[in-house]
Design a protein around this ligand. Structure first.
Ligand code: NAG
Ligand code: NAG
Ligand code: NAG
Length: 271
């Protein structure tokens, strides 16, 4: 009898150890409200078809799913950098690329985040689980010079930076409250289900099963103009492998602070 208990206990501990990496990460369901201490948004030129998506538009794990289904329709893309000071899973940093907007046979239309890196595994697992956001963990290095120029480099573990930029203040921040509900459903995101990553080396990269749609809501506190300059060799922003080697339409974009809301998503079961 005692041996039997010991056996059960051993099996239980072994099973728990295998799953412990993902289980140690907090579960933080939608909705999320996040405080943005610093966010930068730059517009990239429209891409008219997924045939023209540049190398690095997605992490290799999601390159197939992020390209398929729906058709790209003319709209802008966005390079976004964010430093969150408050989130349901502690502060973290984020680098996003949205290549543009897709339309579907069901008449649904939405932007798609095809590539995104964050600085914590808790953000990776919950972003994937809650909204199919194809998050991967990366290291963010921030430096600010005496003149207020911010240099940010993003690298995968042990690797060279795959993204690097200098962000130059162009105007002083002015307090402007803009609530994106004014733009109606323009900021709708529609995200395909994700494949799971390597469960040993990246247990936070969980897979999901269904398409989801959600409308982002942001409210700015301050807005300033900032210029972005590519800081990889050759003046590039991305290495064309883990992040696209793209240039913004204009080098000037918005630097903001404020709030961002990620709502409970709608499952699109007919996509
Ligand atoms: C994320 O998880 C992986 C696998 O457990 C680990 O190697 C890595 O150091 C973690 N990264 C961070 C930023 O916690
Ligand atoms: C998963 O990661 C482990 C540890 O890094 C590695 O040994 C293994 O080959 C990887 N598995 C796959 C399927 O890539
Ligand atoms: C923006 O306004 C809407 C409608 O008044 C509100 O529900 C939402 O919470 C506001 N957004 C933020 C981030 O405060």
């Amino acid at each position: 009898m005692l041996n039997q208990w010991k056996f059960y206990l051993t099996v239980f501990c072994a099973a728990a150890a295998v799953d412990s990496l993902a289980q140690d990460l907090p579960v933080a369901p939608a909705p999320w409200e996040l405080s943005v201490s610093e966010g930068w948004v730059f517009v990239t030129p429209p891409i008219l078809s997924s045939d023209f998506l540049p190398p690095g538009f997605a992490n290799p794990l999601e390159a197939t799913v992020e390209r398929k289904s729906g058709a790209m329709i003319p709209d802008i893309g966005l390079i976004i950098l964010v430093r969150y000071s408050e989130t349901p899973v502690d502060p973290y940093d984020e680098l996003i690329w949205i290549p543009g907007k897709w339309a579907y046979d069901t008449d649904d239309k939405g932007f798609r985040i095809t590539n995104i890196y964050v600085s914590s595994n808790a953000s990776v697992i919950n972003g994937r689980r809650n909204w199919n956001i194809p998050k991967h963990v990366a290291k963010f290095d921030w430096q600010t010079s005496a003149l207020g120029v911010t240099t940010v480099s993003v690298s995968s573990s042990g690797g060279k930076p795959f993204f690097s930029a200098q962000l130059l203040p162009t105007t002083l921040p002015i307090p402007i409250e803009v609530n994106s509900t004014l733009t109606g459903d323009y900021l709708t995101l529609i995200q395909p289900p994700l494949p799971a990553g390597n469960t040993t080396s990246a247990p936070a990269e969980i897979g999901t099963d269904e398409w989801v749609s959600f409308l982002l809501n942001t409210k700015t506190k301050t807005v300033a103009a900032n210029t972005i300059i590519g800081n990889l060799p050759g003046g590039k922003l991305g290495d064309g492998v883990l992040y696209p080697n793209i240039a913004p339409l204009l080098p000037v974009g918005a630097k903001i602070s404020g709030t961002l809301e990620f709502p409970v998503p709608e499952v699109l079961s007919n996509l």
